[in-house]
Design a protein around this ligand. Structure first.
Ligand code: DGT
Ligand code: CA
Ligand code: CA
Ligand code: ZN
Length: 575
């Protein structure tokens, strides 16, 4: 059993105990135990096998025995009992941002609330506001959290959407009678989250294709079953549409169902101005004889008929892509193969799970030339942030490894330095001067501060001469946590004024800075850097989601730092 799984169980026990109104010391024993395990040098399996759990801080007999049982048998009856005793609805309330076990216990005990809808009603009718320790403001905040959660439930992260979509696409393509198949919709446009999946297939006989689609094992509900369109739902709530069309219809249907809706509206207007009607069925002359359809074989041809270059799906958001296509000014969008390295990555020195060498090897496997290590700073104690001594030791280690000449990539020594509440940095200037570069980001308190304060805090950090780049500027976690309040226009302006780079954090939960901000940032001359924020070797591959963001933002290879050679990056760093 992985250490992380055990940590999760301990944390959940702490939540369950809180929900039940248990004594705070008891609760803390489990959260402390989880922290100690997380930060232990050895895996929980090793610690159990060697009977060394008791050496960890806060591990008394009871906790040691429970963890040992869990690791040895894969189960923990104590935990199962706690779960069984707690109504599911109460557990689900933990997902509401800012809501902890103690409040949930109070709602349950004093208001008899067991479900999220009940809690929502109690926030709306003043019952929550009337509880001691709560008020109008906190009730409104909880209501906000519930409403966010409801919105989040309707959408899905890119990897979750892909995990469902790719096997289905492959399956469709392998079906006899299917000539072409494609993913359309927001997934093809590489939006940061996906509502439902849209598949399109070309087949002379749609029947067997539909039959196959609705009969797939992972389908939990068939919402519609027709000859041109079927819709299904999977176990995790994700839905998918499949449309089956004939050869002549495929290109225009692919365009139509790729969207976006706004892009379609604008393109249809353009078609009308040229005497065509445009729909999923194709192009038709408005005053043509008997509504004959124009035959187009590919999407390219459809755009060409309208006097346009083919517009990459990522750009089809109904902004200025049609004018740019008309003027032949579509950007040459950056590609995954353009990347040569990344600068925001972690190792076991802070909260990562691999060593410097392991991370370097994984970067080599991707064909990269360099990899930057930016572990956390002291204030991020929950992430085992490095002290100045440990950081400088790591810098020495990196220099030695580079000189050893055995690594497949060149390592660069950096830090992910916390921006403290007042905008100052978490390391002294002398320490920062030893590094190749400095990543700055907010990890604490961004959500308790107002918009002006957070903005000033970030701007001040960007004005610091040692700083290289700003990581995950808004702190959002997609479908989980809204950004902290921050004026991105001012942040971008400060980055431009001080020659700092802004990260595209490629972790699919973040995708921050958002693609919508990049056109303006690029115009201001701000360089982007796609960073995986990898905590494991396999996370380096997240960069492909960062490429999605860059492309949606209209960026080319030259707008990025990490499409450059090591020599060029060093020159940019000026060190
Ligand atoms: P999603 O599923 O919310 O992530 O976003 P989409 O873009 O995949 O939206 P979806 O699945 O409702 O529809 C797929 C595409 O079909 C959409 O991007 C454009 C097209 N479409 C759907 N409804 C309309 C409509 O009412 N008007 C126009 N012009 N196009 C539409
Ligand atoms: Ca969709
Ligand atoms: Ca759809
Ligand atoms: Zn990080």
């Amino acid at each position: 059993m992985e250490t992380e799984e055990v940590v999760e169980v301990l944390e959940e026990i702490a939540h369950l105990l809180e929900i039940q109104g248990a004594n705070p010391f008891k609760v803390r024993a489990y959260t402390n135990g989880a922290r100690a395990l997380e930060q232990a040098e050895d895996s929980v399996e090793t610690l159990v096998a060697e009977e060394r759990l008791g050496e960890l801080e806060g591990f008394g007999d009871a906790l040691t025995e429970k963890v040992a049982t869990l690791v040895r048998t894969g189960r923990l009856p104590y935990y199962d009992d706690l779960r069984a005793k707690t109504p599911d609805g109460l557990l689900g309330m933990l997902e509401v941002s800012g809501l902890g076990g103690k409040s949930i216990h109070k709602f349950y005990k004093e208001l008899g609330i067991e479900t999220l809808p009940e809690l929502k009603a109690a926030c709306q009718d003043g019952r929550v506001a009337g509880l001691s320790g709560f008020g109008r403001k906190s009730a409104a905040k909880i209501l906000d959290g519930i409403e966010n959660l409801e919105r989040y439930a309707e959408r899905h992260l890119l990897p979750d959407a892909e995990e469902r979509a790719f096997p289905i696409l492959e399956g469709l393509r392998a079906l006899p009678g299917v000539e072409r198949a494609a993913i359309a919709g927001s997934l093809r446009r590489r939006r940061e989250t996906v509502g439902d999946l849209d598949f399109l297939a070309e087949a002379a006989d749609p029947e067997p294709v539909m039959e196959w689609f609705v009969g797939r094992e992972e389908v939990s509900e068939v919402l519609a079953r027709g000859t041109t369109k079927s819709s299904v739902r999977f176990g995790n709530g994700l839905q998918a549409d499949l449309r089956v069309v004939d050869k002549v219809t495929f290109p225009s249907a692919l365009h139509h169902f790729t969207g976006s809706k706004q892009h379609n509206i604008l393109l249809r207007q353009r078609a009308l101005e040229r005497g065509w009607s445009l729909s999923e069925w194709g192009l038709q002359a408005v005053d043509g004889e008997n509504g004959e359809r124009e035959t187009v074989h590919e999407e390219e041809e459809l755009f060409a008929r309208l006097g346009l270059a083919w517009i990459p799906p990522e750009l089809r958001e109904g902004r200025d892509e049609i004018e740019r296509a008309e003027r032949g000014e579509l950007p040459d969008l950056v590609q995954l193969s353009d990347l040569r390295g990344a600068l925001h990555n972690h190792t076991t020195a802070s909260d990562g799970h691999a060593s410097l060498e392991e991370m370097a090897r994984a970067a080599g496997d991707l064909g990269w030339d360099y990899l930057g290590i930016a572990d956390h700073s002291p204030s991020s104690f929950q992430a085992n942030g490095l002290s100045a001594e440990r950081l400088l030791a790591q810098v020495g280690e990196i220099r030695r490894l580079n000189e050893g000449g055995e690594l497949p990539v060149h390592l660069l020594a950096g830090t992910e330095c916390d921006i403290l509440k007042d905008g100052s940095l978490d390391f002294a200037d002398e320490v920062l001067a030893e590094l190749d570069y400095v990543v700055v980001s907010i990890h604490q308190g961004g959500f308790g501060q107002d918009r002006d304060t957070v903005t000033r805090r970030i701007v001040r950090a960007l004005e610091h001469p040692a700083v290289t780049l700003l990581a995950h500027p808004t702190g959002r976690l997609l479908l989980q946590r809204e950004p902290y309040p921050v004026d991105m226009t001012k942040v971008v302006d400060a980055a431009a004024a001080n020659g700092k780079w802004i990260e595209i954090n490629a972790n699919p939960h973040r995708l921050d800075m958002d693609w919508r901000e990049w056109a303006r940032a690029r115009e201001k001359g701000v360089l982007a850097i796609i960073n995986p924020d990898a905590h494991r070797p396999e996370h380096l591959a997240y960069v492909r989601y960062g490429i999605d963001v860059a492309r949606k933002g209209g960026l080319s290879a030259e707008d990025l730092v990490n499409s450059r050679t090591l020599a060029e990056v060093r020159k940019l760093l000026g060190r």
